[in-house]
Each structure stands twice: as structure tokens, then as C-alpha cells.
Design a protein around this ligand. Sequence first.
Ligand code: ZN
Ligand code: ZN
Length: 365
Amino acid sequence: MNELEQRMNILRAAMANADVDIVAIAPSDMMRYLAGYASYPDERVCMLLVSQHTAAAVVPALNAGEWRAHTNLPLHIWADNEGPQTALSAALSALDVSRIRRLAVDGEMRADFLLPLLKAAGNPEVITLAGLGAPLRLCKSSTEIELLQAAAAQADRAMQAAIEACRPGVTEAQVAWAAEQAFRMNGADYVCFTLVASGPNSAFPHHRSGQRVLQLGDAIIIDIGASLNHYKSDITRVVHLGEPSPEFLKAYEAVLRANEAARAVVRPGVSAATVDRAARTVLETAGYGEYFVHRTGHGLGLSTHEPPWIMAGNEQPLEEGMVFSIEPGVYLPGQFGIRIEDIVVVTASGARVLTGFDHQLTVKR
Ligand code: ZN
Ligand code: ZN
């Protein structure tokens, strides 16, 4: 059985459990995960439809050739001048469900896709795919881990390029561009984000790189990620221009120790909340508790942000093959921010760090 068949079996077991007749998935990472392909998402109705026994896709005519090249699914094709309603009805009939009572849709399904689908299905009860509770995408296969490792190595090189670009007189946007170029030149499908937050901007956890000019005395948070063979990367490091203050060095040391403490507790059976607690305890003890204003991490795979969420209250036990970020940070308003982010995979006995970049502060004098 290949990986796609295994994924479909996991989905169908959950459907049977929850009495769901049809699952509908719009062009998204979930579509790629289940069908091995996802077409370009635009306003044209397009979806993968899965019943407990078979599957089909409703596809706009302009994408039909690509669908045929990538999948063996039966296609129900509609042209721009006829609209999707007939194709939707035909696809649902072909799925051979006598009456559709419950339907599950993924969270990325647009309302203008969902409404004609519900009309064609006779207005069944609707739940979300997340509500179905199928353990999809949570634990990565060895093939997926290799792809995530390759993406992490590519992000390491882009980080090197961004750090080399940091010097007084250069704008945040120019540093971001250095990272983007490195990603593209090393084969990225596309660049997901390049956040460069300098000086006081570094105290905003998700600052958007702008026209601020880097100056001596700046702390610079660089948080970048791209897509390589559809799998994502995410890394954050900090650069300091000129001699850092003792206050800055003390905070950097605390964030680094929080990152290490979180990595050290990762192993199967430990809860996601425990990993968050490990990082948070270090920062609270060092006096920075109130300045660590976000969760410790998020899962990573086909999407940059996906379960498991590494945060307080998530008692989900970690399992071998889960991949997530560990990214504690401290943000002192008006002064500086620091975040150190790695991607780790849960192994049988602990954590393997996919991020290869050195953890020490880069000081450019
Ligand atoms: Zn990040
Ligand atoms: Zn992240």
C-alpha cells in the first residue's frame, strides 16, 4: 500500500466512526496530502470529494489537464460558461451514497464553494474536518522527515545570506531580499515569509520588514521560511550590530536556555504543554515571563503552521514523527526583541533538531 492509500484509509476509518458520508476538500495543503496534488486555488469551484468507498474531483476545465497528469481520480469537469452545479451533482451521484446525511469540509473551503456543494448534496448536516478527529498529517513519515530536513538545510543557507546582508545603512527590506534570493537560488518553490525586525521593531513579534534603516546598536530578529518540494521551513536567529549591552546579553542567554530546556524535554509521551512549560519556566525564573507573549511552537509540514500546537493547555502527548518549532522569545517594548527558533522531530528517545544553524548570537562589529 502506498502512502496516499494509507492516508485515505485513516480518513475513511474516521469517517465511518463519525458517520460521515462525504468529505469535501478545497485546493489546499490537505488536498495535496490526500490526493498527492493540489491545483491553483482561485474562485472556480474545485474540490476533492471522498466517500467511505470511493473518491472523485470536481475540476474547472482549465485545470483538467493538470489533474489528469497528477492523479487517477475520476474527474467531473465544468466549463466557465456552464458553472459548477451540474458537475457537483454528477460527482456526488458517482460517489454512490444513497443519501448524504453528514458531510465534513476542511477549514480552507470557501463559502462560495460550500454553498453550491450543500445544494447539490441536499443540505446535509455539516461538520469540519478537524471535528472528524482523523489523525492526518500529525506524525510525519520518514519520506516527509527527509523533505523537512532538506527544507531546513535550505533555510540555514538563506539565514546565512540574510545575516551577511546586515550592516548599518541597509534597510530591513533589503535584508529580507537577500534571504528571498538565497531561497530562490537554492530551488525553493516559493518564499513564505521573510521577517526582518530591527531596533525597536524587534519588540514586535510579527513585524513586517519595512524601510527602516539598520543602525549601530540594533538588535535584528530574522525569521524566514520557504517551501521546498511542498514542505516548509521556519527558522529565527538574532543579529546585533555593534557591541550588545549587558541587558541584551542577559536576555539572549535566557532565551537560548529556554530553547535548550524545551528541546531537552521532548520525547514520546510527554505532552505539548510540558514543552511549553519547560521554555516558560526558564524565562519566568530569569524575570522575563511577562515578555514571552506567545506559545512556544507550532507543527510544521505541508503548512508552516499546523498541529500540534506547543502551548499551555494542550495535553496532547507527543509521538514519534511529530515535527514542530521551538521558538521562545522575549520582547521588551521600545528596546529590543529576541527569538531563537528551531524545528525538531520527535524520535523514539528524544528530539532531533532539523535546524542546523548555530545558536550563538551573531555580533557584527
Ligand atoms: Zn518563524
Ligand atoms: Zn515558527
